[in-house]
Each structure stands twice: as structure tokens, then as C-alpha cells.
Design a protein around this ligand. Structure first.
Ligand code: HEM
Length: 519
């Protein structure tokens, strides 16, 4: 895709930078919800994969209802016998901060499952976004171990999968995790093991990582899988499922780690893309090679402060590399006059170290005495960016990276009261003289009663007379904040309608008490 796309940019960041999620999978036997941590015998990764499956398993291909829509977050669904255990609750505690206006709760469930595989020795699973969150529980429909093989076959058929695909899905999922003693005391008896304090019966000898041991151990008869070699035949569902095609599928997995990995990548992608009928998923989200992020424009006097970073995928640190920002302005000037060397910021890593990416910040690299934030002449402004990595130009195949400088926050925004007792404030928005917006609004993020991310739009009144700014190119629209502290300290984005097109502008990440006092 082409930058900027607010939804794909956000999905791309969650999927590939994995902020806030990586830590739960480092190392992959991390378990965050027991004081014994990894020694409990459980893992976040296994919880996340099971959560995605149980959310999806309500799908009914006949009428298009159910599927991966975040409905497993509802207590009513978690209370069903088919969803025994606290793994779902744990999952939402862990990934709760991942959803936002562009990443639904269901997308967060899907991406968590994807990362459990990719970060823990498994394949990269193609990830799409755009799932729509349910507002109520789905009909029941998750298979249980005491059910018959026929019932499992028809249950997976209802979910949209053949018998062979059922074998694959169960083997891929059960490459992680275990049956818990707390949930199934008859299947997972109590054990006395300081490295498995919750007495979990693991599906294979490597329960925290992806590999084909689930299949090799099954084929060689050494398996410890409690749903294969459990004492009670009734609950040996993996045994019935794995053997249901004469072991053809399991043998192919045992014979080839590559076949197992690629089958799992394919089946898990289908699983997370099993969504209610009518849901329109995005394209597969791949990492952008060059990506501006956290772009933030602020009018300060007669200058535009341009803050942000640019991320280069597959790049490690190199002190001899020179990265420059080249930009076009409203005067038609371009890189010949408008360019600055950027400061190296940091290298990030994700997917268990498989991916590395370097950030350069928009603070110009002028040595310790120079300005730390890029300040552009506000009249000239900025319309488009390109980057030069040494002599190579990065401009999205000639398009450049467009920047909207028509509407932005102004540094004259201020608080009322005292810095320690803020009682209100005013948000000033700088509007470029030729912008002609029909509407400007502030966007405030929240959650509805079912936990779904919401955006509240708050209209900024059109000024009755023109209020000048510090720059001749901009005038000011102001919004007086309500006096409750939730409103005062909320973070706001600007949105605007210009020429019939409604779109977000940059965010306002400063807390109001960090500004000047209103005079
Ligand atoms: C007939 C189908 C299936 C049955 C009967 C079944 C049964 C079970 C049972 C009884 C547990 C133990 C849960 C607990 O103790 O809390 C479990 C765990 C698990 N299942 Fe399945 N399962 C099935 C299919 C799947 C599929 C398709 C996936 C994913 C693709 C999956 C992924 C998992 C994972 C990752 C765990 C481990 C959870 C943990 O360790 O916290 N299962 N399964």
C-alpha cells in the first residue's frame, strides 16, 4: 500500500513493530498471570492461539454468523463449558491496549495469534485487518474433547474446514500449550514438578514453541499428548482426529517440518480470516520499506515544528550512513534548498529477532548545539517529503510522502488555572489561509459499553472574526475545553472536512499542563 493510510499504517505497526505485544512473548514460555511465571507450565502464546480459535469456532458457514469477531471477550461466552479456563480473560488483559480506532479488538485477537507463531519459531502468517467487533456473544459452537469424531467433523465443516484441514488446524494449534489441571483434572492429573506448578499436561515436549514435534512424537508413539494417550478414551479427541485419515496428514507433518510450517501458515490465515459475512478485510499487511511515523506538525510563531520519525525496514545501525529529509514547499522549492540530515534514533526488533528496523528522527543532526526539532518557515510550509539514504532516494516510486500542513495545532494552546491545578484550557488550531475547511473537529478516543474503540467528534466553532496567528499564512480557530479533568487531559486529534473530504490531521500529544498559561 501507499503511505499514508491511517488504518493500514496502524495495522502495519501492530503487526510488524509489535509494540506492547513482543514483551509477552520474550521468551516464548513467558506466562504473565501466575506468580510462578514460566514455571507455571503455561504460556501467553498458547493462551492467545486458543483464544483466536475459540473466538472463530462459532462460525456458521451456512448463514455467515459467528467467526473471529472478538465475541469471546464477553463474560457470557467465557462462562460456557466449551470455553473453560482463564486463558481468554488473560488474553484480553494482555492485548487490551492493542485495539484502537483502526485496529479492532478482533484484529488484536488475530494479530496476537499470528505473533505467537511468528515470534516463537513458527511461520509468518499472512495478516489482514478490518475485522468488526461483535456487540454480543455468538451462538455456542466450540468442539470439546468428549465429543465424537463425527461431531468434530461436522463441527469443523460448519466452521468451513474439511476433515484434512481439521487435522491440520488441531495439530498446528496443539503444537503449543497444554491441558490444564485446573480445567480438566481428569485429563491432566496433578504432578509434582517445580517447572510445571499448575500441573499442565503438555501436548508435546516443546509446548512453548512451534515445531513439528506434535506430529513426530505422535507418529513415533512417544507422544505425551493427553488428548492422545489419556487414560479415558472418551476424551482422546486428538487421537481420533489425527488418525481419522489413516495418519496420512500427520505422517506428512512428521516427515517434513517445512510442510507442517507452510500448512499451518495457510490454515491459521484461513482461521483468522473466518469472519462474519459482509466483513471486508484489508489486503495482507506487509511491512513498508520506508515509513514516516508519529508525524506531528505544530505552529510555533512563524515556524512549523515538524516532529516525527522515519522507519527503514530491514536496516541495522551504521554510523557512516547519512539519512536526509528532502521536502517540497508551497513556493515550489524542493530538495535543492529544503533538506536536512536526520538524527539516528534507534533500531527496533520484532518476530523474535527475525526483523530489524532503524528509526531516524526528524530532529536535524546539527550536533549537540543545534535545534532538536525541525523548524520550517510557516509561509513556505511543507507539501511532500522524500528521504535520501546516502545517495539512494526513497520516494514511494516517485509519489513522495505527502504532508498536509493546512490544519494543525498551534503552540498558543494553553491551560487555565495553575500548572498544579488545571481548571480548563483552550486548544488553538492553526488554519492555513487557503485551506477553506467547512468543518474542523477534535477527535477524542474512547470505548463503548462493550469495550469497542470509539471516536467522539467535537466540533470546533468557526471563528466570527479572523484571529491572527504568529504567521501571516495561518489564522486560529479555538476550542474552549470543558472543565472536567477527563476532558482537560484527554488526547485529541484534529479532523477536518475540506472540499467534501473528511480526514484526520496530526495528533496533539502534549498534555495541556505542559503548555503556557492562558492570558
Ligand atoms: C476438536 C477440536 C479441539 C479440541 C477438542 C480441543 C481441545 C483442547 C483442550 C481440552 C485443551 C485444554 C484447555 C485447557 O485446559 O484450558 C486445549 C488447549 C489448546 N488448544 Fe485445543 N482443541 C481443539 C482444536 C484446537 C484448534 C483448532 C486450535 C488452534 C488452531 C487449538 C489450540 C489450542 C491451544 C493453543 C491450547 C493450549 C492452551 C494453553 O496451553 O493455555 N485447539 N484444546
Amino acid at each position: 500500500y501507499t503511505w499514508p493510510s491511517p488504518q493500514l499504517d496502524a495495522l502495519e505497526q501492530v503487526r510488524w513493530e509489535q509494540i506492547g505485544l513482543t514483551a509477552f512473548l520474550q521468551p516464548c514460555n513467558t506466562f504473565s498471570f501466575d506468580p510462578q511465571r514460566a514455571r507455571s507450565g503455561r504460556s501467553n502464546a498458547a493462551d492467545w492461539i486458543r483464544t483466536a480459535y475459540h473466538d472463530m469456532a462459532t462460525f456458521n458457514i451456512g448463514d455467515g454468523t459467528g467467526g473471529l469477531d472478538g465475541s469471546i471477550r464477553f463474560e457470557e461466552e467465557q462462562a460456557r463449558a466449551e470455553n473453560v479456563g482463564d486463558g481468554f480473560k488473560n488474553t484480553f488483559s494482555a492485548i487490551g491496549g492493542t485495539s484502537n480506532r483502526y485496529v479492532s479488538i478482533a484484529d488484536a485477537v488475530a494479530v496476537a495469534a499470528v505473533l505467537s507463531f511468528s515470534n516463537c519459531g513458527g511461520p509468518e502468517i499472512p495478516f489482514r485487518g478490518g475485522r468488526v467487533d461483535a456487540i454480543e456473544p455468538n451462538a455456542p459452537g466450540v468442539p470439546e474433547p468428549q465429543d465424537s469424531l463425527d461431531s468434530h467433523i461436522s463441527s469443523f465443516a460448519r466452521q468451513g474446514f474439511t476433515k484434512e484441514e481439521m487435522i491440520g488446524l488441531v495439530a498446528c494449534g496443539h503444537s503449543f500449550g497444554s491441558v490444564q489441571h485446573a480445567s480438566f483434572p481428569n485429563i491432566a492429573p496433578e504432578v509434582d514438578d517445580p517447572n510445571n506448578t499448575q500441573s499442565n499436561a503438555h501436548f508435546d515436549t516443546t509446548p512453548a514453541t512451534f515445531d513439528n514435534n506434535i506430529a513426530t512424537e505422535y507418529m513415533t508413539g512417544t507422544t505425551v499428548n493427553p488428548l492422545v494417550v489419556g487414560l479415558n478414551e472418551t476424551t482422546n479427541s486428538d487421537k481420533r482426529i489425527f488418525g481419522s485419515d489413516g495418519n496420512v496428514t500427520m505422517r506428512s507433518f512428521a516427515d517434513s517440518p517445512e510442510v507442517f510450517a507452510s500448512t499451518c501458515a495457510h490454515l491459521m490465515a484461513r482461521m483468522i480470516d473466518t469472519v462474519p459475512a459482509g466483513t471486508k478485510l484489508t489486503e495482507v499487511v506487509t511491512p513498508l520499506p520506508v515509513k514516516p511515523s508519529n508525524l506531528d506538525l505544530l505552529l510555533v510563531g512563524d515556524k512549523i515544528q515538524l516532529d516525527g520519525q522515519v522507519r527503514f525496514w530491514n536496516m541495522i545501525e551504521d554510523s557512516s550512513r547519512r539519512v536526509r529529509l528532502l521536502w517540497d514547499d508551497h513556493n515550489g522549492s524542493n530538495s535543492a534548498s529544503n533538506n536536512a540530515t536526520l538524527r539516528f534514533s534507534r533500531v527496533g526488533t520484532s518476530s523474535g529477532g527475525r526483523n530489524r528496523f532503524a528509526f531516524y528522527s526528524f530532529s536535524p543532526d546539527t550536533g549537540s548545539t543545534g535545534p532538536t526539532i525541525m523548524a520550517l518557515d510557516a509561509v513556505a510550509g511543507i507539501t511532500n517529503m522524500r528521504f535520501a539514504v546516502d545517495s539512494k532516494i526513497e520516494d514511494q516510486g516517485g509519489l513522495g510522502f505527502p504532508v498536509m500542513d493546512d490544519i494543525m495545532f498551534a503552540s498558543t494552546s494553553c491551560y487555565r488555572g495553575t500548572r498544579t491545578n488545571v481548571t480548563g484550557g483552550r486548544i488553538d488550531i492553526a488554519v492555513r489561509n487557503d485551506a477553506n475547511p467547512t468543518r474542523i473537529y477534535l477527535e477524542r478516543s474512547g470505548r463503548d459499553s462493550t469495550g469497542r474503540p470509539t471516536i467522539q467528534e467535537i466540533d470546533v466553532p468557526i471563528p466570527k472574526i479572523t484571529v491572527p496567528s504568529g504567521s501571516s499564512a495561518y489564522s486560529i480557530w479555538s476550542y474552549e475545553l470543558p472543565t472536567d479533568s477527563a476532558s482537560i487531559f484527554a488526547s485529541y486529534n484534529i479532523g477536518a472536512e475540506v472540499g467534501g473530504v473528511k480526514s484526520p490531521r496530526s495528533g496533539f500529544r502534549r498534555s495541556i499542563d505542559q503548555l503556557e498559561a492562558c492570558v
